[in-house]
Design a protein around this ligand. Structure first.
Ligand SMILES: Cc1cc2nc3c(=O)[nH]c(=O)nc-3n(C[C@H](O)[C@H](O)[C@H](O)COP(=O)(O)O)c2cc1C
Length: 327
């Protein structure tokens, strides 16, 4: 390589490094503006308290299912959770909100487990913490696992192996909202850190779907046939601390996979569409799509009914041994 070529290569690398630093700084800035630590932002106060409620009631739940369950363990977490329920109400949070109810249910489950063991926890849980026994509308705490038949287990492989990305849709058949809601209902069974469930899905159909696709760079040749677009995002307000900076992408990916399979199980086809873009493109899509600053776009998903006689790519997978290293 000539001297000049070497200099050019070095300059190109340096430029790419600067660009990467800039994009990473912009990602970090937006995360910092949204996530709940280092002096929470007032406008996100309720979301931050909600995140804290979830974290605490989930730790309490986990304590209840440990094989070496120790009575009266987790008292610090329980006390803080009880304080958080007051903080929530003082900040204007409604008692009917899902995670407030789940927090009450987890405390109640803790109480019940101790009651069953004849262990007094009245010093930990204030008297009349619940107005009425049946006022709590959510299930939380510990329970027995769901049953699954051998047939159910075998069907999963079939379902997963028969899903393919589809790029030929019947433009005239727009998926029914109930069907999509059902698919999201299954997709939210995805695991998430401390069960914080930061996923959001924004749906666009027809002309709006086409507008969203105009921002995406991987739908050339088939985008015009997509009747419905879902934009999967993660609400960064529910994360806390620099350590969780990548959590949204991880969980958004898990959710999206579940959603693709749930669509497939309902006879709907889909194509995941990358959102690997610069921050300026991200801002433009969020503006057009009416997605707030605190939601991180994970990917777009085109969905609908596959057109008759459509074909799919083989997208061959390497041998399974390539993916595994036993230690
Ligand atoms: C996050 C993600 C982004 C993708 N982006 C695109 C895209 O922009 N355009 C496209 O045609 N396919 C896209 N795909 C689909 C992949 O090409 C496809 O999943 C892969 O070839 C495997 O094929 P299969 O989905 O049929 O199993 C994407 C897939 C993923 C998971």
């Amino acid at each position: 390589m000539s001297f000049l070529a070497r200099i050019k290569k070095k300059c190109r690398r340096s430029l790419e490094w600067v660009k990467l630093q800039r994009e990473s700084a912009l990602d970090a800035q937006r995360y910092f503006r949204s996530a709940s630590w280092a002096g929470p932002v007032k406008r996100h106060e309720l979301a931050h308290i909600e995140s804290d409620l979830i974290k605490h009631y989930h730790v309490l739940e986990k304590g209840l299912v440990m094989s070496d369950f120790r009575p009266r363990s987790g008292t610090g977490v329980l006390k803080r959770l009880i304080v958080l329920t007051s903080i929530w109400k003082e900040a204007g949070g409604r008692e009917c909100e899902f995670h407030f109810q789940a927090a009450l249910a987890a405390i109640k489950s803790y109480h019940r487990k101790h009651q069953d063991l004849n262990i007094d926890v009245s010093d930990l849980i204030p008297a009349k913490f619940w107005d009425e026994e049946d006022a709590i509308t959510t299930e939380a705490g510990s329970k027995l696992p769901n049953e699954l038949s051998a047939d159910d287990r075998a069907r999963f492989d079939q379902l997963a192996l028969s899903r393919h990305s589809v790029r030929q849709f019947d433009l005239d058949r727009v998926p029914d909202r109930d069907l999509l809601t059902g698919a999201v209902g299954v997709a939210i069974s995805a695991p998430s850190v401390c069960n914080r469930q930061t996923w959001r899905v924004h749906f666009y159909e027809g002309a709006a779907a086409q507008e969203m696709l105009s921002f995406q760079n991987g739908n050339r040749g088939f985008g015009h046939l997509i009747p419905m677009v879902a934009i999967v995002t993660s609400d960064m307000r529910l994360f806390g601390g620099g350590v969780e900076r990548y959590q949204g992408w991880i969980e958004g990916g898990l959710f999206s996979m579940n959603f693709l399979l749930a669509l497939h199980a309902r006879g709907l086809s889909s194509v995941p569409l990358n959102w690997s873009r610069l921050n300026k493109d991200d801002r433009a899509l969020r503006e057009a799509a009416d997605i707030p600053d605190h939601e991180r776009i994970i990917m777009l998903i085109g969905c609908g009914y596959a057109s008759a006689d459509h074909e799919v790519t083989c997208s061959p997978r390497s041998p399974v041994s390539n993916f595994i290293k036993w230690h």
